[in-house]
Design a protein around this ligand. Structure first.
Ligand code: THU
Length: 159
């Protein structure tokens, strides 16, 4: 038996430490979270992505009475940009969340399915995506690529 230890790296930043693009993405995600359709969870999520041509797109989560049919904000967003702007490489993704009726922001972290979806986009374009997660205390966690959120990820059908 061989013991294997893996590590992940992330950074915690105050909002004031974000660069212009990072701050813009978090704000765009906050704005679009108002459009969440989340009558079952009351958890309103917003995601914003920057493409390598400088364009920014955003989405909220969209739920369904048949719960598994609902779609997370970031997966809806990555599907949209992949379908509409396949020549542009997603570079940075911000995700935020707020519970219905609250003024403060909730902590959020992408579900396993969304981590795998982000991984697919990185593999498609052979380019890591910086992921920003707004936390309940107002700080932002920054991950340089999905590996930091998905160690031992599934990448290859043939290896
Ligand atoms: N959700 C997202 O949209 N993104 C995340 O990163 C976390 C979870 C959604 C799914 C569901 O509509 C609600 O939040 C509660 O899980």
């Amino acid at each position: 038996m061989k013991k294997i230890t893996d590590t992940i790296e992330l950074e915690e930043l105050a909002f004031s430490e974000l660069n212009h693009l990072e701050a813009t993405l978090v704000q765009r995600a906050q704005e679009i979270s108002k459009n969440a359709y989340a009558p079952y969870s009351n958890f309103h999520v917003g995601a914003a992505v920057a493409l390598d041509n400088g364009e920014i797109y955003q989405s909220s989560n969209q739920e369904n009475v048949s719960f598994p049919v609902g779609t997370c904000a970031e997966r809806l967003l990555l599907g949209y940009v992949g379908a509409n702007y396949p020549e542009q490489v997603p570079q940075m993704l911000a995700i935020v969340a707020q519970r219905a009726g609250e003024d403060t922001w909730a902590g959020v972290s992408p579900c396993g399915m969304c981590r795998q979806a982000i991984n697919e986009v990185e593999n498609r374009y052979q380019s890591p995506i910086t992921i920003l997660l707004l936390q309940a205390d107002g700080t932002v966690l920054r991950f340089r690529g999905i590996r930091q959120l998905l160690p031992l990820k599934f990448d290859d059908l043939h290896s």
